[in-house]
Design a protein. Structure first.
Length: 411
């Protein structure tokens, strides 16, 4: 009934109308509450669909203002989904990638952790990228992944079809101003990283030392293999030499983790340095068992992680005797939290970067990817592209005095 018409009926009709209205209200109070609140903010047709008016009377007999209060938050769920499509134009991205090839440029030779991770990503990434491009892996070793970083930044197409898979120390090399750096790690558009795992060094059990402290106190030189400066196979050893007094002698020239470890097995050198996950991925056979041929003796961290392979290792921060030594270790320790980052050059359009970032996150959560990583003993602890960028910016903002000392150490 329309209430204004009641003004023109007889008193008896009015009383009859009031009686009917009262009975109707008692019989279906929830429906009566909704129309009184709804006209204030929304058309009457939206009120019955909202659950709030039916639940509010059950809890309290407060005035009709309560349904209005519950109606305001109800608009929020419709606002949030509306914002998501605005991240990027999915159709435009799909139109671009359809029929194209996306190349993952690995900065090291085949067989190492960076290469293994890229090939696992290759298997699943395309299904999460709009347009489903063909994904391939290309190895471009040289200068500890500097060649790949330089060419992807300067020479390869900057359209989103080329992704670099690199070592984590590029930002350190840039921060200290090492020669050969022709990129800005702060301008790379990072898609995400793979591991947060400390750097470490291992030595053969027949190397003539039992612990890291043995090397420091005895002054005995220990040769370790490396695939070049500005890598996690080189930098930890020389920085520990400067900060902690160790005596690592680094032999460079190996093209990746696989050949680096082979040199240890063949007794060309006495040990090697890499990230902890690098040890578990491609060298667990060297470190496990009752009488392993090698053992990890030191990790670059504040404390030793509780891992079986690290039971005889010490943490660098516990060995640093001065604030200068701790400051020297810090940039490298930070870089290990973003191991094997993937990125694209600065010129790649933002919508494609957003699409690749979302696809990267989804690929790392993919059951096939995670199963392959588990079989390869890759203990994933990835970070998002934004998180990688924040850590890179932190490394680049290291105090100049520390960077000058670090540069002298790494050159």
């Amino acid at each position: 009934m329309d209430v204004p018409e009641a003004k023109f009926v007889s008193m008896r009709g009015l009383l009859a109308f009031a009686s009917v209205a009262i009975l109707a209200t008692a019989a279906c109070a929830p429906q009566a509450a909704a129309p009184t609140a709804a006209p204030a903010k929304a058309p009457p047709t939206t009120a019955p669909a909202k659950p709030a008016p039916t639940t509010a009377p059950a809890k309290t007999e407060a005035p009709a203002a309560k349904p209005a209060a519950t109606a305001a938050p109800a608009a929020k769920p419709t606002e949030k989904p509306a914002a998501k499509p605005a991240e990027f134009d999915e159709k435009a991205v799909a139109d671009f990638y359809k029929g194209k090839t996306l190349r993952i440029i690995v900065g090291y030779g085949p067989g190492g952790t960076t290469d293994i991770t890229a090939r696992l990503l290759q298997q699943v990434w395309a299904k999460y990228i709009p347009g489903n491009p063909t994904v391939v892996v290309e190895n471009r070793p040289g200068a500890g992944s500097m060649l790949a970083l330089n060419t992807v930044y300067n020479s390869d197409p900057q359209d989103g079809t080329v992704v670099v898979a690199t070592g984590e120390v590029g930002a350190v090399a840039q921060a200290v101003g090492l020669p050969g750096v022709q990129f800005d790690a702060g301008k790379y558009q990072w898609l995400g990283s793979t591991y947060d795992s400390p750097g470490a060094c291992a030595v053969r059990t027949d190397a003539g030392i039992t612990t890291f402290q043995d090397m420091v106190t005895s002054g005995k030189e220990v040769t370790v293999s490396s695939y070049g400066k500005n890598t996690n196979s080189y930098d930890p050893a020389v920085v520990m030499n400067a900060a902690l007094g160790s005596k690592f002698k680094v032999i460079t020239g190996y093209d990746g983790g696989a050949t680096q470890i082979l040199a240890v097995k063949n007794k060309e050198v006495q040990g090697w340095c890499t990230s902890y996950v690098g040890f578990t991925t491609v060298a667990s056979d060297m470190l496990e068992g009752p009488n392993p041929p090698a053992k990890i003796i030191v990790v670059m961290a504040a404390e030793v992680p509780k891992e079986p392979l690290l039971k005889e290792a010490v943490a660098t921060d516990t060995l640093a005797k001065t604030e200068e030594a701790k400051a020297l270790l810090k940039p490298l320790e930070a870089s290990y939290s973003i191991q094997i980052p993937h990125g694209v050059a600065p010129g790649v359009p933002k919508d494609r970067v957003q699409a690749l970032r979302r696809a990267h996150d989804k690929a790392y959560a993919d059951p096939e990817f995670r199963s392959g990583a588990e079989k390869a003993k890759l203990f994933l602890s990835q970070k998002t592209g934004e998180e990688v960028n924040q850590i890179v910016q932190g490394i680049l903002s290291t105090p100049p005095a520390t960077l000058a000392k670090l540069k002298q150490t790494l050159e």
